[in-house]
Design a protein around this ligand. Structure first.
Ligand SMILES: C[S@@+](CC[C@H](N)C(=O)[O-])C[C@H]1O[C@@H](n2cnc3c(N)ncnc32)[C@H](O)[C@@H]1O
Length: 446
């Protein structure tokens, strides 16, 4: 058994679902033993190789870092050592500061110049019984002292980065992947140490891989055709590909391909691409993006992109595809909230468009294949108007695929209801506060 900690994207539940679907797709055996709103701990029956972990990080849309757990403390210990109220318990402090896991990271620090950093992930944002900032600084100082005592020539730590500008109120005690990459913190003897808190435990882990934010940003911004209005984020595209069970070598269909973000992600993961869009400009854009990407990586990309209607796709696609993933049009772009009646009309029209498209999709999808897509929730003047899944899939030959199987999650309920996981839920939200059209993700199977 080997435990790994995964640092989740901002949509924690969707990130967990994606990870579990990925684990099943690849035939690994693992269960969730613990989670918070920032991390999930998975126990694998086998130790993973670095290559497998790198592959996992490279494929997942909702994961920032993966680390191997090297020590687990009961949560009572850090709560007593760094209490928000009351005095620190000396005994608890001593146990944490003894860092018995240190030899796991540095067997022979003597004479070496070491750069490191502790990244702390609280259980959730907001008031907490633990002083996370003091804990992080305390651990950084202790590790430095110990390394110097053990003969290291130099030991410097990187303290946590600036908070995310988009979420200024959220406390950030973690190093950004960019900082880690720029300072080579993953190259021994350097190291990043993850301190992940859950309702039960504090996990100390050594970071093995991180999200390549620089490369991702370069690809997203340098591609020749971009349309901020319609483009789906590359991360959501990756999540959709995983939920659809797409694997390297597979043929993936995006019947609403727009600017081709999802197909670019698929190509990056070694998949063959088929794209359809009703708008000729988007078709040209997708082709330009995929051609550019092929040149950029110096490899030939297999793609077919057609102009056409997803409701008629069997006329265009005459071969079986392994997976279908897409973000369809989610309704008219508007700055003002529609009335409930207007929203209902839009939802009805979209339900019909999706149902007709899914009926065609089911015909080209391989028998054990899956579909993953986004669906809108329109925020009307009187509140959200969601889409009825049953209406959408009626007569399509597709059923709902469960993304959060209970048998894989030991930490379903938690002391705090903000962290409950409901395995029977069919859709997972991808919400951005304040948007008129909010999204849900769903996976379907034949
Ligand atoms: C939300 S966008 C897709 C964005 C895309 N994932 C990207 O990252 O650029 C939806 C796309 O569906 C296309 N579309 C709308 N109705 C369609 C239909 N009936 N068949 C095929 N494409 C359609 C639109 O032209 C638009 O490009």
């Amino acid at each position: 058994m080997a435990e790994y900690v995964f640092i989740l994207g901002s949509n924690w539940l969707l990130s967990i679902a994606e990870l579990l679907v990925y684990v099943r797709n690849r035939g690994y055996e693992a269960v969730v033993t613990d989670h918070s709103r920032h991390v999930v701990v998975l126990d694998f029956t086998q130790k993973m190789t670095l290559e497998e972990i790198m592959d996992m990080q490279g494929s997942l849309g909702g994961c920032y870092k993966i680390g191997r757990v090297i020590q687990t403390y009961n949560i009572i210990l850090p709560t007593n050592a760094y209490p928000t109220n009351g005095k620190p318990d000396r005994e608890a402090l001593e146990i944490i500061n003894s860092c018995t896991w240190l030899p796991d990271l540095w067997q022979r620090p003597r004479g070496r110049k070491i750069k490191f950093g502790v990244s702390t992930y609280p259980i959730f944002d907001g008031k907490a019984p633990i002083q996370y900032r003091r804990f992080t600084r305390g651990l950084d100082d202790t590790i430095k002292k110990k390394l110097l005592q053990q003969g290291a020539r130099k030991a410097d730590y990187f303290a946590y980065d600036e908070p995310d500008k988009r979420r200024a109120k959220r406390v950030n005690l973690a190093l950004w992947p960019k900082t880690i990459a720029q300072n080579n913190l993953l190259t021994p003897p350097n190291a990043e140490i993850i301190a992940a808190f859950t309702g039960n435990n504090l996990y100390i882990a050594r970071t093995m891989v991180i999200y390549d934010s620089v490369l991702q940003q370069y690809r997203d911004e340098s591609r020749p055709y971009i349309s901020k209005e319609i483009s789906t984020s590359p991360k959501v595209c990756r999540t959709l590909l995983n939920l659809a069970g797409a694997r390297p070598g597979d043929t993936v269909l995006d019947p609403f391909c727009g600017t081709g973000t999802l197909l670019m992600e698929a190509a990056m993961l070694g998949m063959k691409c088929i794209g359809i869009d009703i708008d000729g400009d988007q078709v040209q854009g997708t082709k330009a993006n995929l051609t550019w990407f092929g040149r950029d990586i110096g490899q030939q990309i297999h793609f077919d992109v057609f102009r056409g209607d997803a409701r008629n796709l069997t006329n265009l696609v005459n071969k079986q595809v392994d997976a279908v993933a897409f973000e369809p049009s989610l309704g008219p772009v508007s700055r003002n909230r529609p009335t409930a009646e207007e929203a209902e009309v839009i939802i009805e029209e979209l339900t019909e468009l999706y149902r007709d498209s899914l009926t065609q999709i089911a015909q080209v999808l391989r028998p054990d294949g899956r579909v993953a897509m986004t669906m809108p929730v329109l925020v009307s003047k009187s509140g959200p108007v969601p889409m009825d899944i049953r209406e959408m899939i009626k007569g399509t030959g597709l059923g709902v695929y469960r993304m959060l199987p209970a048998e894989m999650i030991k930490s379903l309920s938690n002391d705090d209801e903000r962290m409950y996981i409901t395995p029977e839920r069919e859709m997972l939200p991808e919400r951005k506060m304040g948007q008129i059209v909010q999204r849900q993700l769903i996976a379907l199977e034949k």
